[in-house]
Design a protein around this ligand. Structure first.
Ligand SMILES: Nc1ncnc2c1ncn2[C@@H]1O[C@H](COP(=O)(O)OP(=O)(O)OP(=O)(O)O)[C@@H](O)[C@H]1O
Ligand SMILES: [Mg+2]
Length: 310
């Protein structure tokens, strides 16, 4: 197969591991910076161009789209899809998962466990909002935050109101969330590929911190998931329409509560914590899709022939 990893940085661990894994399995694999791809849209002839070249013979892509370029990146993925190229994740699911609020709404609709979450625009509703998530302590999250930045624990109702009002005053969109104290600064990342959990790690926050993000000094170790945690992770990926997903969950007394479903989950933390080859699972999924597509080709051709006779 000819595989393209869509990534803005060739040096990133995840990008390198995907290229390495694909190459080891006998594929041709190149990295393309999606922010430098451009598209041609015309009747029956969609095209993608990169560095002045028309890109035509690609079998599969692995999107590694960063949060800051979701709109452009998913448009490029969509263009590959229109050109009948296999994608490790659908463009629509990437866009869907990037919006934290939309993600929580979808998961809630699918009946999956979540911390109670509120979203509002008016400061006059703050009191009711705080009561809705069970009062203080509570967690306030910037909708656009990542890596733990913009996630605040408000210990008292007074502190919560001040922080919420400050965020509103600055024109930020925020989520207000029940604080899950049983999690005790830990969360679980389950890496899902094609309906299976292929690796899982537990992240623990550093002393005096409630956010377990590795970027905030947290540490990661391998963990064996309970059946319920596995099922929740798989169901969350399915609800979001993602084939490849990093599902973050908080352990709680009422079972796993999902925090987020990531469409470009990093490989470094999970491969190092679990000592497993996660990259190869993604390549194997593409191979499977490719085989299916090849085996369907004669059927589709026959169908077209038959239809054209009519
Ligand atoms: N409701 C909560 N109760 C207890 N701890 C929480 C809660 N929400 C978040 N945390 C802790 O804070 C960390 C960061 O929160 P979250 O994952 O929601 O934001 P983020 O990491 O900034 O966003 P992203 O995952 O999109 O990069 C979590 O990993 C978890 O350890
Ligand atoms: Mg997170």
């Amino acid at each position: 197969m000819k595989i393209v990893v869509l990534s803005t940085n060739k040096q990133l661990y995840s990008t390198q591991r995907l290229v390495e894994s694909a190459t080891q399995r006998g594929h041709e694999c190149i990295v393309m910076d999606h922010t430098k791809c451009y598209v041609g849209i015309q009747q029956g002839k969609p095209s993608i161009h990169y560095k002045g070249q028309d890109i035509t013979d690609i079998d599969a892509i692995i999107p590694r789209i960063g949060a800051s370029v979701t709109f452009y990146g998913s448009a490029i993925v969509r263009q590959f899809e229109v050109m009948n190229v296999i994608s490790a994740n659908p463009s629509q699911a990437i866009t869907r998962s990037r919006d934290k609020l939309r993600c929580m709404q979808i998961l809630s609709g699918a009946g999956l466990g979540l911390p109670i979450t509120g979203f509002a625009r008016m400061t006059s509703d703050v009191d009711d909002l705080i009561n809705m998530v069970g009062g203080a302590p509570l967690v306030i999250k910037l909708l656009e935050g990542t890596q733990g930045i913009g996630v605040v624990l408000a210990e008292t109702k007074k502190a919560a109101s001040s922080v919420i009002e400050a965020f509103y005053g600055l024109g930020n969109n925020i989520l207000i969330q029940e604080y899950i104290k049983e999690a005790k600064g830990t969360d679980i990342r389950a890496f899902v590929v094609d309906g299976k959990v292929v690796g899982a790690m537990k992240r623990t926050a550093k002393e005096g911190e409630f956010r377990s993000n590795l970027h905030r000094g947290g540490t990661a170790e391998i963990v064996k998931l309970t059946r319920q945690q596995k099922e929740t992770a798989i169901a969350a990926a399915r609800a979001m329409g993602l084939t490849i997903a990093g599902v973050d969950m908080l352990p709680s007394s009422r079972g796993p509560l999902i925090l987020e479903v990531n469409s470009s989950p990093g490989l470094e933390g999970i491969e190092k914590a679990t000592n497993k080859d996660i990259a190869v699972e993604i390549i194997k999924y593409l191979e499977h899709q490719y085989e299916q597509k090849q085996s369907l080709k004669p059927i589709i051709k026959r169908k077209i022939k038959k239809e054209s006779k009519l």
